[in-house]
Write a protein that binds this ligand. Structure first.
Ligand SMILES: C[S@@+](CC[C@H](N)C(=O)[O-])C[C@H]1O[C@@H](n2cnc3c(N)ncnc32)[C@H](O)[C@@H]1O
Length: 348
């Protein structure tokens, strides 16, 4: 299941709560006001922004507009009203992303030049020292691929009867965490080349709190339940058990410590800020079950159809929702974390 053929990957557990996006917007504005040094970026007349894992919009348009306004304010606050830079925005996602829909829904009054950049953000995408601001939200928990050991029958990491690593043996968890470390290494290496010294990068990513076992992260609990629904269907003969055994979801929820380790290992970025975004929910458990089932379906439907065919989708997500309704205690016991990370490309 490599990137070129992966179906559109929406976030299966992205919170719909406004609290997360409001807090992220505030932190983004503060990041630009406090940490962007105009001297570092003003040698170019064009200020270049990239949103990595942009999907179809409209979130990416809101983010880009916030960045642009923040940068203009910063120029003005330094008495640099004219000339303010021109802005060029690069929207990146897999080549399979529907860029036509993205381009058709661009805001009509946008004040920036636009380019679409297809390809995996785990590889190089831009010329050297060309980007001033990089943004990526709810995308970096997607691995570049399923670790190969977990689908090899002869490997101690073979993940039989499960579709994810939580509640699996240590070997499976290790295979996923190793893949994550390798992917983050590639991501940071590529961005270190592409960003100007002093450029800023904001990453927003669902994560697992430090020291919390994988099996207690709420997003992992959700995948466990989805996996158990598939196994129920295998027992009833609706899907082949072998197909469940060979199906694994290429998502990893790293802890802040794991992310920090990757950043320190790379060495080209300073961590300017790392914070949890508050997620205040007002939904009751039944509405939560419905919402989680809907967002899991939006995120996973493409993968499920590719592996098992379209016929099982309704029944699968129906039984997923029912199991969630019965297991409502997971909302109290499961741990969720949405991380906001601000990095600055160090001066060489
Ligand atoms: C849940 S969506 C997030 C969209 C948007 N950033 C937001 O916050 O609403 C995740 C996006 O990341 C993209 N993505 C995942 N892995 C990627 C990769 N290696 N390279 C580029 N895009 C990737 C997916 O295709 C998907 O469009």
């Amino acid at each position: 299941m490599g990137p070129p053929t992966t179906p559109q990957t929406h976030e299966p557990h992205k919170p719909s709560e406004k609290s997360v996006s409001d807090a992220a917007k505030l932190l983004l504005n503060e990041a630009i006001a406090d940490k962007l040094n105009i001297k570092d970026v003003s040698s170019s007349k064009t200020f270049r922004i990239a949103d990595l894992g942009c999907s179809l919009g409209p979130n990416t348009f809101f983010v880009v507009q916030n960045i642009l306004e923040g940068v203009e304010l910063k120029y003005q606050s330094q008495g640099l009203n004219s000339p303010t830079p021109e802005f060029q925005v690069f929207f990146n996602d897999h080549a399979s992303n529907d860029f036509n829909t993205l381009f058709r829904s661009l805001p009509v009054d946008k004040q920036y030049y636009v380019a679409g950049v297809p390809g995996s953000f785990y590889s190089g995408l831009f010329p050297c020292a060309s980007l001033h601001f990089v943004h990526s939200s709810f995308a970096l928990h997607w691995l570049s691929k399923v670790p190969k050991e977990v689908v090899e029958k002869s490997s101690p990491a073979w993940n039989k009867g499960r579709i994810h690593y939580s509640n699996a043996g240590n070997e499976v968890v290790k295979a996923y965490s190793t893949q994550y470390a390798m992917d983050m290494g590639c991501f940071l290496h590529a961005r270190a080349q592409e960003m100007v010294c002093g450029g800023l990068m904001v990453v927003i990513v669902p994560a697992r709190p430090n020291k919390v076992p994988h099996s207690q992260a709420i997003a992992n609990l959700m995948f466990d339940i989805l996996g158990s629904c598939l196994m129920d269907m295998a027992k009833k003969g609706i899907v082949e058990e072998e197909k469940v055994d060979s199906f694994n979801i290429p998502i990893y929820y790293a802890s802040p410590q794991e992310l920090e380790a990757a950043i320190y290992k790379n060495g080209y970025f300073s961590i300017e800020r790392m914070e949890n975004l508050p997620c205040v929910t007002t939904h009751d458990n039944l509405s939560k079950a419905k919402l989680f089932a809907l967002s899991m379906r939006a995120g996973m439907e493409g993968f499920i159809k590719e592996q098992f065919g379209p016929e099982i989708v309704d029944e699968l997500f129906d039984s997923f929702r029912k199991k969630l309704e019965e297991a409502s205690s997971i909302y109290d016991s499961g741990k969720a974390l949405y991380l906001f990370v601000l990095l600055k490309r160090k001066i060489n």
